[in-house]
Design a protein around this ligand. Structure first.
Ligand code: LLP
Length: 426
């Protein structure tokens, strides 16, 4: 591993050969809180969130996708920074309200909303429910009528735009379960406009996640604007166009990027046509705010040669960070203490967890200085869909989470104990 490859990123940088989060050495955090440990930089989170807010036209609603990372302290921070929330279940709605997001800044997307979840959204008076089928609209209409409450709705369109990303996280093509066809969207909005208790306010699309090019977003924005204009010509004036989330991050350190600059460029490009067309703008970013703001800290337990391979067995596994297993996702992994000098000839390792599955790996065939038990490694870009997709598989405890602010640290989720494995059991 050359010194060139041993470069930190964003708020995670080496000082005197020790990887830090802001001013705090990661090795100190590992000592204090143990591993595996999720570590987040407050400054990075705020900087990325502000990049959306500052660059977007006044009145834009930036709804953070709670699914990316729903830690209450992080949600509180984002709410305080001025963001809204995009929720996808009653549970996420609960978390968003608990964190203090203003209800009028919460939108609710998702294909399978249950009656009790719709009622909870109506109780809270959120900005809008984004409808994804005719049956769902009928149910919302029924509930709204029973409650005699006017409900704002948006319709999520499936614009049939193909994007370059992992097939599991591509959502905007017509074979996917998300949204409705453009013709259905127009018809549902007409239905809603004629209903005494429904008020159509917006039109939305979400193409997928981890999308690096801007063109598909521009195509989607144009498409939505076209539909909104068509509706306007028949007398239905929508308030906003929602371009969804999906802006990708660069997971490899061959060209680390400045995340906030990337966000600003993207917002400038996407906002322009929507603003020109005279609609309000809604966005639903998740990953682009939180991925690069967090690392997963793990410790080598054993090393083991096996046939032609060298395994570094670490104390984090697919239950802590599922992305490498589920999407073959690449996460850069750097040693917390930089070992330099030519005597340290790199060794190629598979970095694997303790779980009883061959798919339990964090990285394959990566060069590191020779590793030994207790060596600490930092898995980069773990802030989004990291803890959020963690589980107790194999009887493993969910890791702790800490938030670093300059030189101070706050424990924002305790490591689970064995008692948690009995939670809710009878
Ligand atoms: N809006 C909607 C309706 C969504 O479904 C999503 C993500 C977002 C916004 C936020 O997208 P983002 O800006 O984070 O790309 N677990 C996968 C990602 C799944 C994304 C699901 N929907 C992963 O680890 O890559």
């Amino acid at each position: 591993m050359s010194d060139n490859e041993l470069q930190g990123n964003g708020r995670f940088q080496y000082h005197h050969d020790q990887l830090h989060c802001e001013q705090v050495p990661l090795a100190e955090l590992a000592k204090q809180y143990g591993t595996p440990l999720y570590v987040y930089s407050r400054a990075a989170i705020v900087e990325n969130a502000r990049a959306f807010l500052d660059q977007a036209p006044a009145g834009t609603l930036v709804c953070y996708a709670v699914k990316a990372n729903g830690n209450p302290a992080i949600l509180r921070l984002l709410a305080e920074t001025g963001l809204g929330a995009d929720v996808t279940s009653g549970g996420e709605l609960f978390l968003a309200l608990h964190a203090g997001f203003a209800p009028e800044k919460i939108i609710y997307s998702g294909v399978g909303k249950l009656p009790h979840e719709i009622n909870a959204a109506l109780d809270a008076h959120i900005r809008a429910l984004h409808v994804e089928s005719a049956m769902e609209l009928a149910l919302i209409a029924e509930i709204a009528s029973q409650r005699q409450q006017v409900v704002s709705i948006g319709v999520r369109v499936n614009p049939d735009i193909h994007v370059e990303t992992h097939p599991y996280i591509s959502t905007g093509a017509k074979q996917h379960k998300f949204g409705v066809s453009p013709e259905t969207a127009v018809s549902l909005i007409h239905t809603a406009a004629q209903h005494p208790w429904l008020k159509p306010v917006g039109i939305a699309a979400h193409l997928g996640s981890q999308i690096q090019e801007t063109d598909p977003f521009l195509a989607s924005a144009d498409f939505l604007i076209g539909l909104a204009d068509e509706l306007a010509s028949s007398g239905i004036q929508l308030e906003y166009v929602d371009v969804g989330g999906g802006l990708g991050v660069q997971y490899t350190n061959d060209k680390w990027e400045v995340q906030s600059e990337k966000i600003q460029n993207w917002v400038t490009a996407v906002a322009e046509p929507v603003q020109t067309a005279g609609y309000g703008l809604v966005m639903e970013p998740g990953r682009s705010i939180i991925a690069a703001s967090g690392v997963l800290l793990t410790q080598v337990v054993y090393t083991k040669p096996q046939d032609a391979k060298q395994f570094a067995i670490v104390d984090a596994g697919m239950n802590d960070l599922l992305r490498p297993t589920l999407y073959s996702a690449h996460h850069e992994i750097l040693p917390v203490i930089k070992v330099t000098g030519t005597s340290k000839v790199p060794v190629t390792y598979d970095v694997v967890g303790p779980i009883c599955e061959t798919g339990d790996f964090l990285a394959k065939e990566r060069p590191f200085p020779p590793l030994a038990p207790h060596d600490l490694l930092a898995v980069f870009h773990a802030g989004a869909y990291g803890f959020a997709m963690s589980s107790n598989y194999n009887g493993r405890l969910r890791p702790a989470e800490v938030l670093v602010d300059d030189d101070t640290t706050q424990l924002i989720r305790q490591r689970q104990t064995y008692d948690h494995l009995l939670d809710g059991t009878c």
